[in-house]
Write a protein that binds this ligand. Structure first.
Ligand code: FES
Ligand SMILES: [Fe+2]
Length: 378
């Protein structure tokens, strides 16, 4: 066997340190700083995590009617999600089968079909080729067998997930406990009031580990999120499967609800869950915020998110009245996290960067590290 050298040796050493998190007595330490900077580790994450995991990309309201689409980059792979004429969601590779032209610009929009801007080949919203100009003379070309490669797409109570693996296991069974516990939130009857896409200059794990603890609310969010945590910043962590972690924050005062039939016990908890690798769904009474941290490189992460509320509440109060204060609040919280986490990212290359001791208030962070290790080493 040839000895491993350089970057490969560094990655091997990093994985060795990560494996310690799977021990019955894991180190109460943060990730090695190199894990946030290594482009070799990022390549491994692309292959073992982002080409295999369920990635939350949108709320179904963003893809409500036939022709609506969302084009995005998931760790270097271009993905297009559409609502087809059949009213179903489709996810395809939007790279033209002729000579590689992307069929749409990244972003959200509405279209009748997918016409390549280069030589005008046309595809249906489900990826089937409809027409190719000036191709009859090429007898080797069979238009009926030409289509855009598809990806798995799954909607779970309004949340749209995509998976780039060839034949992935369905996501829903992993969420069975959450589904049962969130029955009274009536997710299927929620509408999205506001959504956002931001570009953060940090490694995706810097952003995701931050969502696994309330500890930072005292530093980053003293006037925004912290006051919502009337019962303190502790959380109960429950790991259901390697993919799903529930993070339950006790509320000091039972939350008031106007339309949701939450039980007295349910009113005493800020309920939230994470889907590995990068999805977060958190309730704040009758408002639910979702976030997804999708890497585009080792040090850049696109943050997609939205806020949903019960349809009845939105109709009663009027979306135009609810949206401005909700948008202002979420933008402020996102800005607090973005500024802080970009500063952390700037520090990971310091000669003095080292692993730090975790607080007992950060068990969710360790749960994330274990999911990460499973995904990278199994
Ligand atoms: S590259 Fe799309 S039609 Fe030529
Ligand atoms: Fe935060």
């Amino acid at each position: 066997m040839t000895p491993t050298t350089g970057a490969a040796a560094d990655t091997t050493a990093l994985l060795g340190l990560l494996r310690d998190y799977l021990s019955p007595t894991p180190p109460q330490l943060s990730l090695p700083p190199g894990a946030f900077a290594s482009t070799e580790l990022y390549e491994l994450e692309r292959e073992k995590i982002f080409r295999q995991g369920w990635i939350l990309v949108a709320h179904t309201d963003q893809l409500a009617s036939p022709g609506q689409y969302l084009a995005l980059d998931i760790a270097g792979e271009q993905v297009l999600v559409t609502r087809g004429r059949d009213d179903l969601l489709h996810a395809v590779s939007p790279v033209c089968r002729h000579r590689l032209m992307p069929l749409v610009e990244p972003g959200e929009g509405h279209t009748q079909d997918l016409t390549c801007p280069y030589h005008l080949w046309r595809y249906d919203l489900d990826g089937r080729l409809i027409a190719a100009t000036h191709m009859r003379g090429n007898t080797a070309f069979d238009p009926s067998s030409c289509r855009l490669p598809g990806f798995a797409v799954e909607e779970w109570h309004g949340f749209v997930f995509v998976n780039l693996a060839a034949d992935p296991e369905p996501l829903a069974p992993h969420l069975s406990v959450v589904e049962e516990e969130m029955t009274n939130y009536r997710l299927d009857d929620m509408v999205q009031v506001y959504s956002w896409t931001e570009d953060w200059h940090c490694n995706w794990k810097v952003a995701v580990e931050n969502t696994h603890e309330n500890y930072h609310a005292i530093g980053f969010h003293p006037e925004t999120v912290r006051p919502l945590m009337t019962g303190g910043i502790d959380m109960d962590v429950h790991v259901d499967t390697p993919l799903v972690t529930r993070l339950l924050t006790p509320a000091g005062q039972p939350m008031e609800t106007l339309v949701l039939p939450l039980t007295p016990d349910e009113r005493k908890v800020l309920y939230s869950f994470r889907v590995f690798p990068c999805a977060s769904v958190a309730t704040f009474g009758e408002t639910i915020a979702w976030l997804s941290f999708i890497p585009v490189s080792a040090d850049r992460t696109v943050v997609r998110g939205g806020a949903v509320m019960p349809r009845q509440l939105v109709e009663q109060a009027g979306a135009e009245n609810i949206r401005p204060p909700l948008a202002e609040f979420t933008q402020r919280v996102n800005e607090e996290d973005r500024r802080g986490l970009e500063a952390v990212q700037r520090a990971v290359g310091s000669r003095y960067a080292a692993r730090g001791h975790l607080s007992p208030k950060e068990p969710g962070v360790l749960a994330f590290y274990r999911s990460l290790t499973h995904a990278l080493t199994d």
